[in-house]
Structure formats: C-alpha cells, structure tokens
Write a protein that binds this ligand. Structure first.
Ligand SMILES: Nc1ncnc2c1ncn2[C@@H]1O[C@H](COP(=O)(O)OP(=O)(O)OP(=O)(O)O)[C@@H](O)[C@H]1O
Length: 244
C-alpha cells in the first residue's frame, strides 16, 4: 500500500551545521507516530520541513506517492498537513469560532458579510467530534483551559480537512489533568482516521497514544518501531543511548 507520507533522504543543513542527515520514513493513513529525540536531535528541523516553513537541503517528500514541494506553510496546509506549534498561535481575546476561522472566514453572498452563525455552528461541530463540551462559541479563547485551547487549535486543522496533524510538544506546558485531556483529543483524531505526528519529550504520552515511534539522534533516524510492549523507560533509554 502507498504510504500517506513518505520521506526519502531528507537532509537539512544550516551553513556548517547539519541538523538532519538522510532521514527516510513512511507514515500510513490513520497512524499516530511519535517523533522523539534529545535536544538538538533534529525534530524541529523536520517539523518545519513538513510544515512548509523551510525547504530541505536534500531529499524528497511524497504525499500519496506523488512528490511534493511545499512553497510555504499555507501550501502545506492546502495539501493536507496542519502543524500545531506549542504556542498554538491562538488569538486569546478572540472567540472560539473566530480562532477556528482566523484568516479564512466564511462569508455570505451577495454582500460578503461574515457568516458568523455558520462559523459558530461548524466550530461547535468540530469540538463535538473531539468530544469537547463548551457551551458558547463566543467564549474568548483566553477563558479556556490549556486542553480546551489545544482543542481549538485542532479544530482549525479540521476546518482545513487536514489529513496529517503535527503536534509539537502539545503537553509540555500542561498539568496532569490537561495532559490527559490532550491525549484524549489525540485518541479522538485517531478514531477519525487522522494521521498524527506527535513531537514529544514526554515518554509516558508516547506510550499512551502512539502506534509507532521514530527516534532521531544527531540528525539521523536511529529507531522506527511500534510502541506496543515498550515502557516509557525503554523509550528514554533508546533516546539517550550513545551512538554505536
Ligand atoms: N536556523 C538554524 N540555524 C543554525 N542551526 C540551527 C538552526 N535551527 C536548528 N539548528 C541546529 O540544528 C540542530 C537540530 O536542531 P533542532 O532544533 O531541529 O533539534 P530538536 O530536536 O528540535 O531540539 P529541541 O528538542 O531542543 O527543540 C541543532 O544543532 C541546532 O542547533
């Protein structure tokens, strides 16, 4: 079967610094893949490439078997890859629906007025798919919990019908309860057959939701295996292992 996303020989150099070397991997539709590695391993560089924020200096990317080059993040989004960075890029004072449709508002003919009702209804529908219960779509995002904010950021990806959702350290700033909520969001995405790439330093999160783990070290892929049967301790040991 053709993988949904396929990377071949991806390299990234910043002048004299090589952040990624010859990285290959395939991701199937509906998989939750954790991308792990110690600081400086190359995770952010890879995320930026997949997000369309930077072009790799070597290698190729294919979606559904067709080679792709992303001109910019908007292009990657249009092609089905949504990236949610740790800061979530939400506008705290704006409402839930305004955030979900930020920069891509729906309008009504013939005068092009904002179709607030439809945007609010659709936002409610996206949140319902994630099993997040918030009564009022006019609620400013600053009044939401960390887990709920993450849900709003995911709704933005759903609004674009993203097939691949990249989440960069989604639980890094969250407490225990909110972390559990975010992991539940990922399970919901998985149940809807979305593909999720989870960048994480939290091995217990990886064990809880990921199907597979890809570990980078010094810019190279050193592990690519199913998570089943591994403990958080096993993963931490794999990340820290010295190169042979
Ligand atoms: N814009 C840049 N210019 C120069 N070097 C860079 C740049 N971005 C990243 N690097 C270097 O590339 C290597 C990989 O960094 P990257 O941020 O991709 O790793 P990471 O795994 O995301 O680390 P962290 O977990 O700390 O975010 C590091 O040596 C880093 O210093």
């Amino acid at each position: 079967m053709t993988p949904l996303l396929s990377l071949r020989g991806i390299g990234m150099s910043y002048g004299a610094v090589t952040a990624l070397r010859d990285v290959d991997f395939d991701i199937g539709a509906g998989e939750v893949v954790a991308l792990c590695g110690d600081n400086g391993a190359g995770k952010s560089s890879l995320v930026k490439i997949l997000a369309g924020a930077q072009a790799p200096t070597a290698g190729s990317i294919a979606l559904d078997g067709a080679n792709e080059k992303f001109r910019d993040p908007q292009d990657a989004l249009r092609k089905g890859i949504a990236t949610i960075y740790q800061d979530l890029a939400v506008a705290p004072r704006l409402s839930i629906w305004q955030n979900v449709f930020l920069g891509s508002e729906l309008t009504r003919p013939p005068f092009g007025l904002l179709d607030k009702r439809r945007m609010a209804e659709m936002s409610r529908g996206f949140l319902a798919r994630l099993a997040v219960d918030i009564a009022d779509m006019e609620t400013p995002v600053e009044r939401l919990s960390g887990g709920q904010r993450q849900a709003v950021a995911i709704c933005r990806a759903l609004r674009w019908d993203a097939r691949i959702i990249i989440m960069d350290e989604p639980t890094a700033a969250l407490g225990v309860k909110e972390t559990a909520q975010v992991l539940e969001l990922i399970r919901r995405l998985q149940a809807e057959k979305h593909t999720v790439i989870l960048v994480s330093h939290a091995m217990q999160d990886v064990v809880a939701v990921a199907d597979r783990v890809v570990i980078l070290r010094g810019g190279r892929k050193v592990q690519d295996r199913p998570v089943a049967g591994l403990t958080a301790g096993d993963l931490a040991a794999m990340i820290m292992q010295r190169a042979a």
